[in-house]
Design a protein around this ligand. Structure first.
Ligand code: AVJ
Length: 395
């Protein structure tokens, strides 16, 4: 509260706006001076304009200085972007791609609560070799990976905390003594679970969960902080031919010189092995894929009927990808109650719910050169079914 003696007479009755040096994104804190204090004249009002960053507590140093003001603590050690609405986009995306020809969906809609549980089950299926194989590669080579990437911070995109991450964090602690671990995830529940696990298994590790989409998350990381970005599970397999270059262009731009990227990629292989992995004998994959329609019904008050559809998947060799479809068993009029939108889902018409691309590791290394990511090392399993690739950002 400013004292009245310091308010010059000529300023009484008008607004004073002391402005502190800082960044955009202002918030305004008003302080009115009570009448007696204003010496009988018209009250003077002080409006303090302060940058938002000054009102925040300990925004972690992992954020670039110019980004810090946008992040706030959602809860302890979990950060999110002020005003970001992670739920706003799904509706728009679903309506756009369902009206495309042929109809399709973006893969991230698969991960509601039930979808995430089903995916966990998939990872344990005998036919689904990906998770086990990648985990074995990381277990064998974590020491080498960490030795080759001398960083202070590990940023993991998606899947906050898993057995695979444990191998990297264990080695990071062993070789460097301390570290920052910053998972980026759109699921706050996933980040909480990750935080709990890291606190108990690795109390020496500084945890900062970023509740954001990948691109918002990694773009906020301070380029001066030597960082290893980790993107495992062959999640890049979900990216279509416009997502893929956009993702790597943005990631590369967000990386500081000398930062590293560890990328897990499932490989082109025998078609039977591939097709079985996405058409398991227990039908868990079918349930996972068709569950997206229950999720959409809830989001948009739609009327997709599960009894009216079946799961179909195949390996498309020209596009080197598994395609996972929902097929209508009979014609159905799809309506969305909240919005004035409807379409006819014809008998046998397929909706492409997910793609899972398969890669040639040498080709992938060649491709990422274009984004200034130089190949450092290639790790694989004895059957050469899965690749874990280490890249270094070259400025
Ligand atoms: C999480 C995208 C890596 O493509 O193998 C598994 C998803 N879908 N079974 C994959 C998935 C059906 C998975 N990714």
């Amino acid at each position: 509260m400013p004292s009245k003696s310091r308010i010059p007479a000529r300023l009484r009755g008008i607004h004073l706006y002391p402005i502190f040096a800082g960044e955009p994104n202002w918030i305004q804190c008003e302080r009115s001076i009570i009448p007696e204090e204003a010496n009988g004249s018209i009250p003077v009002r002080f409006s303090f304009i302060v940058p938002q960053a000054m009102t925040q507590e300990n925004t972690p140093t992992i954020f670039a200085a110019e980004k810090r003001a946008h992040w706030r603590a959602l809860e302890p050690e979990i950060w999110s972007i002020q005003g970001a609405d992670l739920d706003a986009v799904p509706t728009q995306s679903i309506l756009t791609t369902l009206w495309d020809q042929p109809r399709w969906l973006e893969a991230y809609h698969l991960y509601d609560q039930r979808g995430s549980e089903l995916f966990e089950q998939i990872c344990g299926l005998p036919e689904y070799y990906l998770t086990r194989t990648e985990n074995a590669i990381l277990e064998t080579h974590a020491r080498d990976i960490i030795a080759r990437a001398p960083v202070r911070c590990i940023v993991e995109l998606g899947a906050g905390y898993s057995k695979k991450t444990v191998h990297l964090l264990t080695e990071q602690l062993r070789q460097r003594g301390s570290s920052i671990f910053a998972p980026i995830d759109v699921s706050a529940a996933g980040l909480r679970a990750s935080r709990a696990a890291v606190r108990s298994a690795f109390p020496e590790i500084q945890f900062h969960g970023l509740h954001a989409r990948y691109e918002e998350g990694f773009s906020a990381i301070d380029k001066n902080l030597p960082t290893l970005f980790v993107f495992l599970g062959s999640t890049i397999g979900n990216f279509n031919h416009s997502d893929f270059p956009r993702f790597f262009r943005t990631l590369s731009a967000a990386m500081g010189p000398g930062d590293f990227l560890l990328l897990g990629a499932d490989r082109v292989k025998d078609v039977k092995v591939l097709e079985d992995a996405y058409n398991d004998s227990r039908g868990v994959t079918a349930e996972f894929i068709l569950n997206v329609f229950d999720h959409i019904n809830r989001l948009l008050h739609g009327n997709f009927a599960r009894a009216n559809m079946r799961y179909y998947s195949r390996y498309n060799p020209e596009w080197q990808r598994i395609e996972m479809y929902a097929v209508a068993r009979a014609r159905q009029d799809i309506r969305f109650a909240d919005i004035d939108a409807a379409f006819q889902w014809q008998k046998d018409e397929k909706i492409l719910v997910e793609i899972s691309r398969k890669f040639d590791p040498l080709r992938l290394q060649e491709q990422l050169r274009f984004f200034d990511l130089g190949a450092v090392e290639h790790f694989t399993d004895p059957r050469e079914w899965f690749s874990v690739l280490l890249f270094k950002k070259e400025s």
